[in-house]
Design a protein around this ligand. Structure first.
Ligand SMILES: NC(=O)c1ccc[n+]([C@@H]2O[C@H](COP(=O)([O-])OP(=O)(O)OC[C@H]3O[C@@H](n4cnc5c(N)ncnc54)[C@H](OP(=O)(O)O)[C@@H]3O)[C@@H](O)[C@H]2O)c1
Length: 322
């Protein structure tokens, strides 16, 4: 059966072969977004800091890549460069962002890079931008009651994130606010996908932070775990959410992308059941993370709804090990 967006593409033939750009194309989520767009018939320009680096080679093997994917060098801090990369594009998917807490360029690349992307997109006549935010910009609020349903109206508390050393969350809060403000100033259509912890099979060879997080439990490097719940989502659903919000002209604002909410004890028990040979910790500590109960929703007002469950989660775990 054709998906919602496939039907849209078929109904409106012009969506096929429309040119779009994906920043951070070689990363974990970026690669799946590129793959989803190619499968939906788009021509894709993917950016990377070094397109020739072998870590991006997997992109050229994706279905449709030979005919419809071009990789370009782009520097998020160079607006003119971005403007020429976006030239001729109908849409931009701004996925790239540093993830490391220790990257000295974290804030500047996340925030000024986003400002440049939005303005370069407006300068280049791009119609619509999809920005990849993060659950880190949503759930970190110590003053929120544990009974509160966390949804798209919620924001993390910047000062709390800063005080507790969660600079990545700070960078995503500020980058998302910047995207929203700049897009409003420039009259640019913006939709924001807000994924939770994203898991699932990797197309790229390089270990990204989310997969490294699981690895640290499996190898025993992580000695304790937080007494808290977290949201998890499948990278393939995150990629689909990007395409859906791009194709829905009425999609505006944020779309929380969440497949399952699990207490860390539940998550680690799944890992233990699957891989009893690994030294997975059972020590819990109360830490600074605020409890968060999160509505399981993805692109909630948009068809199709994509929900994953524990069973699918277990499949991902198998994939990581392979
Ligand atoms: N993974 C998750 O659990 C998760 C959850 C929520 C939101 N997100 C968001 O999803 C997006 C992609 O994350 P990911 O997990 O796919 O991470 P990833 O695999 O590490 O990819 C990050 C991408 O950002 C680019 N990048 C990093 N630092 C850069 C810099 N200084 N200048 C230009 N580009 C830079 C990298 O491009 P190069 O090829 O040039 O290195 C890379 O392609 C990010 O915006 C992240 O905040 C991720």
């Amino acid at each position: 059966m054709a998906s919602y967006s496939e039907k849209q593409a078929n109904d409106k033939g012009e969506k096929h072969h429309e040119l779009v750009c994906v920043t951070g194309a070689g990363g974990f989520i970026g690669s799946w977004v590129v793959k989803a767009l190619l499968l939906h018939g788009y021509r894709v320009r993917g950016t990377a800091r070094d397109p020739a680096d072998h870590k991006n080679a997997h992109l050229l093997t994706l279905e449709g890549a030979q005919e419809r994917l071009a990789l370009c060098r782009a520097d998020l801090l160079d607006r003119d460069n971005l403007c020429s990369v976006f030239s001729g594009c109908h849409g931009v998917f701004h996925v790239a962002s540093p993830i490391s807490e220790t990257d000295p360029e974290l804030m500047v690349v996340a925030v000024e890079g986003t400002r440049n992307v939005i303005n370069a997109a407006a300068d280049a006549g791009v119609r619509r931008v999809v920005f990849t935010s993060s659950y880190g910009a949503v759930h970190m609020d110590p003053n929120r009651s544990p009974d509160t349903v966390v949804d798209e109206t919620c924001w993390s508390d910047y000062d709390f994130c800063k005080e507790t050393g969660n600079m990545y969350c700070c960078s995503k809060i500020m980058a998302e606010i910047t995207a929203k403000e700049e897009a409003a100033n420039r009259g640019l259509d913006l939709a924001v996908v807000v994924p939770s912890m994203t898991i699932g099979p990797a197309l790229q060879q390089k270990l990204n932070l989310g997969i490294a997080f699981i690895n640290r439990y499996l190898t025993g490097a992580k000695k304790t775990c937080p007494n808290a719940v977290a949201g998890y989502t499948d990278v393939r659903d995150v990629a689909r959410a990007h395409v859906v919000v791009y194709e829905r002209p009425d999609a505006r604002g944020r779309y929380l992308c969440m497949g399952a909410v699990l207490h860390r004890a539940h998550f680690l028990q799944l890992l233990r059941d699957l891989f009893p040979q690994y030294p997975i910790t059972d020590k819990y500590v109360h830490n600074q993370f605020p409890p968060a109960y999160v509505r399981a929703c993805i692109a909630c007002s948009l068809p199709p709804k994509v929900i994953c469950n524990d069973e699918r989660l277990m499949v991902y775990v198998h994939v990581w090990q392979a």
